[in-house]
Design a protein around this ligand. Structure first.
Ligand code: URA
Length: 456
């Protein structure tokens, strides 16, 4: 007999909790087509308004995880740790971070998403590399992780299908910004990867989901709690997303900048995020040494070419053109590069990540609906960051565009995104806080990864 969802809806509406069995039944029935979208939407809105306790969040995560395949990665003999970012502007960190961590001896099975709204997605950035396939099957993904040490691909239909259905529904029913729903959505996908540990980069500020540090802490703590309950080592860094990361926004531009970092260069904030998150991942893998030593290991891998070599092999294993590493000209580029002048002299105090993220999306670098296509070539290249001095008649940014006559609004948006005043300004760290405590010593990589029940 089909499940009657009405009691689940009314109990949540009245602020009561559901058992793990009930949540499992609800998710199964929805994925099985027994519950129409209008009833599931009502339930999601009840969750959005009433919240969920820790047990319910863990049970929902497990139900969504179990809706699909959980990878085991039995042939991967190293510790496996992944990173997830809650989404930002100019966030190309996964592309330089994952190979650097793999070069330090830790496997990184990374399944990631596309950009939506003003935030970019790692898949779109990697697909800017000619030939790079983000759709490997599970066996090929495991082979690449086992042999190269890292694979970055997109979510398959088999991984957490409940999340794909629920996320699409949340997207059109105003129920995205709910901490228990975000936690279950993120972790149901990440726990399916066969990982031992996970590092979360929870973004805070104008360009992030979470505008305030209090909300970011709440989200980070909920992610750490549910992930830890699942038997994984999980920690989170809260990082500043008020200004764009690095100097590029847009898919090929960001891939180029990530390659610069892998070559031992790149903007200081991008290197800082890569080394801080990398150090956290090495600690989660149980590598011996202090956080400072882990940071130094990551920086060394970036400087000595070992991270670049892992990246090149990953690109090859995914069918991509490895020559992009030596020759940026092989990445797509926009036909026009248009300067935006500062308009006043002084020191850059702020750069508005949200405004520039929205503009890059409007230029074609991002998507408003999941089915939209992105243009890999277009975007915004900044010439100055916080603390830099600028002249009034010098460019603060370049638009990489399909047109040589961009709308006035684009130019005004870029100019107004830069707050420029006479007083000097120090460049601050992007790392705001660390959450989570489980920093155990090295253990044997788990052959049961992804199978530990959450409801223990
Ligand atoms: N990212 C996800 O994967 N899910 C959410 O719900 C929000 C951000």
């Amino acid at each position: 007999m089909p499940l009657n969802p009405i009691p689940f809806i009314t109990r949540k509406r009245d602020g009561l909790s559901l058992s793990s069995g009930e949540l499992d039944a609800l998710v199964r029935a929805y994925v099985g087509g027994e519950i129409p979208d209008y009833q599931m939407s009502a339930w999601l809105m009840a969750v959005f308004l009433r919240g969920m306790n820790a047990e319910e969040t863990a049970a929902l995560t497990e139900a969504m995880l179990r809706s699909g395949q959980v990878l085991q990665l039995r042939s991967v003999e190293r510790h496996r740790v992944d990173k997830h970012s809650t989404g930002g502007v100019g966030d190309k960190i996964s592309i330089c971070l994952a190979p650097a961590v793999a070069a330090c001896g830790v496997a990184v099975p990374m399944i990631c998403g596309r950009g939506l709204g003003h935030t970019g997605g790692t898949l779109d950035k990697l697909e800017a590399i000619p030939g790079y396939s983000t759709t490997l099957d599970a066996a090929r993904f495991e082979h690449v992780v086992a042999t190269v040490g890292v694979s970055i691909m997109g979510q398959t239909r088999e991984i957490a299908p409940a999340d794909a259905r629920l996320y699409a529904l949340r997207d059109v029913t105003g129920t995205v910004e709910s901490i228990p729903l975000i936690v279950a959505s993120i972790l149901s996908k990440k726990l399916a990867e066969g990982i031992d540990g996970l590092v979360l980069d929870v973004k805070v500020g104008r360009g992030a989901f979470m505008k305030e540090i209090s909300g970011a802490r709440e989200l980070a703590d909920a992610l750490v709690a549910v992930g830890t309950r699942a038997g994984k080592r999980v920690s989170a860094l809260l990082t500043d997303m008020g200004t764009p990361i690095g100097l590029t926004i847009g898919n090929a531009l960001e891939t180029r900048e990530a390659i610069d970092v892998l070559r031992g260069g790149g903007p200081p904030d991008t290197v800082e995020l890569t080394s801080a998150l990398g150090a956290e991942m090495l600690a989660q893998a149980g590598l011996p040494g202090s956080r400072d030593e882990h940071t130094e290991r990551i920086l060394r891998a970036l400087r000595d070419g070992s991270a670049l070599s892992v990246f090149t092999r990953m690109v090859e294993a995914h069918g991509g053109d490895p020559r992009v590493v030596e020759d940026h000209g092989r990445l797509p580029s926009a036909p026009h590069r248009i300067p935006v002048l500062a308009g006043r002299a002084g020191t850059v105090q702020r750069v508005d990540a949200l405004a520039l993220g929205v503009l890059a999306t409007r230029m074609g670098a991002g998507r408003v609906r999941t089915e939209d296509h992105v243009d890999p070539a277009v975007g915004i290249e900044l010439c100055a960051h916080i603390g830099d001095s600028v002249e009034a008649d010098a460019p603060v940014a370049w638009l990489h565009a399909r047109t040589d006559d961009p709308p006035r609004l684009w130019l005004d948006t870029v100019r107004e995104s830069f707050a420029i005043y006479a007083e000097p300004r120090e460049r601050a760290t992007r790392i705001l806080e660390r959450r989570g405590s489980n920093q155990g010593s090295a253990t044997t990589p788990s052959s049961e990864a992804g199978t530990t029940p959450l409801t223990v």
